[in-house]
Design a protein. Structure first.
Length: 43
């Protein structure tokens, strides 16, 4: 049972790293849009 849990956690970590790698540009665009929205609402 512990072995399966370890494998499951490692698989999730690798999967998350792959998704983060391929989504890096999209995430940066969202971050810049959020910053622009915040700047516009604080004026």
């Amino acid at each position: 049972d512990r072995f399966r849990t370890t494998i499951n956690v490692l698989g999730d970590a690798y999967g998350s790293a792959i998704v983060a790698h391929f989504s890096r540009d999209d995430l940066q665009e969202l971050t810049s849009e959020d910053q622009q929205h915040t700047e516009m609402t604080t004026l």
